[in-house]
Design a protein around this ligand. Structure first.
Ligand code: FE2
Length: 377
């Protein structure tokens, strides 16, 4: 349990920048076979090899492959022995996101600010160095077993982090145009959304920028509630979902059941050309959720004029939504590991800062068809 300090309430007005974050540094996934996962991310998702840690680098406990695409870095980690913390994590959750690392200028200050506001410590500030300089990292717990690690790397010019060596795989990987992490969504248990909203507000100085309830996000059968938390400069956005009561089991319930707890539901990655990106991903075997063709019959009426050819969007089943500031194009992969848990969203923003509320109904119906096939609806 995370206790939220009284003191932080007095600080509400100055909270804006007690924790400046430059962006997402990396995401670390605990996976059952990091070598094969790295191959998937290179061949199917367009990432390139970057760095490696394992037996050959003197690491006797784990093997990590780091893959990169523009500003997105994924660390894929597996244990080399039984009875490890990572092994237990994988046994319980299957493959999933363990670490959301945040790039900061001062990892000690970020940690101290969070701790004095009631964070639960994962890792005290720790200096790590090699021939390329030093990195300071610290970490705090968030929902489920997910942690945030603060990374300070201003005195480091190595390939990734101390302990890693450059890795240049023989896989010929060509980018599919993914640029950066747009947002990352957490699924939390029924009744826990507001707790985590408060955590991000009080402990990390985030602000709630949007909320959805079951009136926005529901179908005949399932519903969810969501609040979107953003840091001061808007580079970090964490929507938090909780299930809402419906006639049948919602997608968040299904996640919580199969992940056996709270965790990261999807990672949304940005592209400048969603048509090219999705075409490329599909040709490499990535499966996406598909909305019915009728979605496109009323698209023009719903979102007004857009730059893209609707027939191309229809062919690829890319979704469109509009808000006061512009529009966005988005599409969701099917889940990317054995358990029906985590998936990716590909998003292209054309002014819109929202999350595709207008697509929720069509999407949920597509999801429910998938759930039905799995016997979980
Ligand atoms: Fe999303």
């Amino acid at each position: 349990m995370h206790k939220l300090s009284e003191e932080s309430k007095d600080n509400q007005d100055q909270t804006q920048d007690f924790m400046p974050i430059n962006g997402t540094d990396y995401l670390e996934l605990y996976v059952s076979n990091s070598k094969q996962a790295a191959y998937f991310y290179q061949t199917a998702m367009g990432f390139s090899s970057l760095a490696y840690s394992g037996l050959e680098t003197g690491n006797r406990e784990t093997e990590s492959y780091v893959v990169v695409q523009d500003k997105i870095r994924l660390v894929l980690t597996s244990p080399l022995r039984s009875n490890s913390e990572i092994g237990k994590h994988i046994d319980k959750h299957g493959d999933g996101v363990k670490v959301t690392a945040l790039w900061v200028d001062d990892a000690t200050k970020a940690y101290n600010e969070a701790m004095k506001r009631g964070a639960d410590s994962y890792m005290e500030p720790r200096e790590e160095s090699d021939d390329h300089g030093k990195v300071v990292r610290s970490g705090i717990h968030t929902y489920g077993e997910v942690v945030h690690i603060f990374v300070e790397r201003k005195e480091y010019n190595g390939i990734f982090l101390p302990g890693y060596q450059a890795w240049d795989s023989s896989v010929e990987s060509k980018s599919v145009g993914l640029k950066f992490v747009d947002h990352m969504v957490g699924n939390v248990a029924l009744g826990r959304m507001n707790h985590w909203v408060k955590f991000y507000e009080e402990v990390m100085g985030f602000k709630q920028i949007m909320s959805f309830d079951d009136k926005d996000i529901s179908t005949e059968f399932t519903a969810l509630m969501s609040k979107v938390m953003s840091n001061g400069n808007g580079r970090i956005k964490f929507p938090i979902n909780e299930p809402a009561p419906g006639k049948k089991k919602s997608q968040v319930d299904e996640y919580l059941e199969f992940y056996e707890g709270e965790g990261v539901q999807h990672i949304a990655v940005a592209t400048d050309d969603i048509i090219a990106t999705v075409k490329d991903l599909k040709s490499r075997g990535i499966d996406f959720l598909e909305v019915p063709d009728t979605y496109y019959d009323v698209l023009n009426e719903r979102v007004g004029p857009i730059d893209e050819d609707i027939e191309k969007l229809r062919a690829l089943k890319i979704l469109v939504d509009r808000d006061d500031e512009g529009y966005l194009l988005q599409i969701f992969t099917k889940t990317v590991q054995s358990r029906p848990t985590m998936f990716f969203e590909i998003i292209q923003r054309k002014g819109a800062k929202s999350f595709g509320k207008g697509n929720f109904k069509a999407l949920f119906e597509a999801l429910e068809r998938e759930q039905e096939l799995r016997g979980t609806l």
